[in-house]
Write a protein that binds this ligand. Structure first.
Ligand code: SF4
Length: 284
């Protein structure tokens, strides 16, 4: 049974701050922190990156101490880490988060040995192997993790997902940026301007003297030829003339939700658990 801070003779949590003497090493500080946490006789401990700042030689000692305490005291840890190899060794169950949402969860065996979400697969592909003969194909995610206050639409992983496709949540801004890049590269000489009209439409102006029909035809061809290397182009559902301009309509999308694939193993990805509506043929 857990005790309250008062039961343990301690002040309330907001006043309870551990102050370490400077002469304590990182490992000693972690031991003091663990002892302080155990003073309340908890059943459950949240350990947020408990060994990430420690020297490798000290890490094993602290982890062994935590595992021994788990056995002796029947503790449950919520272990937060960026080190998947560590999670694999320590955890019974894993949950992989991206930008604040769980994208895959299951037993350590399910998640590490048979990862199904592209983010989990990419994380596992870059875990170093001590065997130099083990030449795994590494998936290096492009770009930076987006700002958490500006979460991408649809699947929040889609701007970096190497497998992202039509339904994954491409925004009009992403499609417009890709079209501007193609235009800057000289592939769309008939195009004079690209503007986001609304969340589902991009409007494109035509260079004077060019016909919207030939400009739209060239845009369709270029978008189709480049969609495998510029994935945002997969967000295009339709390209057609609209008076003296061209209207680009975007694919409908939805956010993937966690779906249980087998007991205890759930994944949030349209590739694994397709949205209700089947993916239409791309016209671009
Ligand atoms: S839904 Fe799946 S395929 Fe689409 S972006 Fe997200 S992780 Fe990638």
């Amino acid at each position: 049974m857990s005790r309250s801070l008062e039961d343990a003779g301690l002040r309330p949590a907001e006043e309870f701050v551990l102050r370490f003497p400077h002469e304590l090493s990182g490992g000693q500080r972690q031991r003091v922190s663990i002892a302080a946490a155990l003073a309340l006789e908890p059943d459950f401990i949240v350990a947020d990156e408990p060994v990430s700042m420690l020297d490798v030689s000290i890490r094993t000692e602290i982890l062994q101490l935590m595992m021994d305490l788990r056995e002796k005291r029947g503790l449950t840890y919520l272990f937060i880490t960026h080190d998947l190899s560590l999670a694999w060794i320590l955890a019974d169950r894993l949950a992989v988060m991206y930008l604040g949402k769980i994208v895959e969860q299951g037993t350590a065996e399910q998640v590490i040995s048979r990862p199904k979400h592209p983010y989990t697969q990419a994380l596992i592909s870059v875990v170093p192997s001590p065997d130099p003969r083990h030449l795994a194909k590494r998936t290096i995610l492009k770009g930076e993790r987006p700002d958490a206050v500006n979460i991408p639409s649809g699947c929040r992983f889609h701007p970096r997902c190497p497998l992202a496709f039509e339904k994954c949540g491409w925004s009009a801004d992403e499609v417009a940026d890709e079209l501007r890049s193609l235009s800057a590269g000289g592939l769309l000489p008939e195009i004079a301007g690209i503007q986001v009209q609304n969340p589902g439409t991009v409007a494109i102006g035509i260079v004077p003297g060019m016909t919207p029909g030939s400009a739209a035809a060239n845009l369709r061809r270029v978008a189709s030829e480049n969609r495998d290397s510029r994935l945002a182009l997969k967000g295009i559902a339709d390209i057609r003339e609209n008076g003296d301009a061209i209207r680009v309509t975007l694919q409908a999308w939805e956010e993937p939700v966690l779906v249980e694939l087998e007991p205890g193993n759930a994944v949030a990805c349209h590739l694994v658990t397709p949205p209700a509506e089947s993916v239409p043929t791309v016209t671009a």
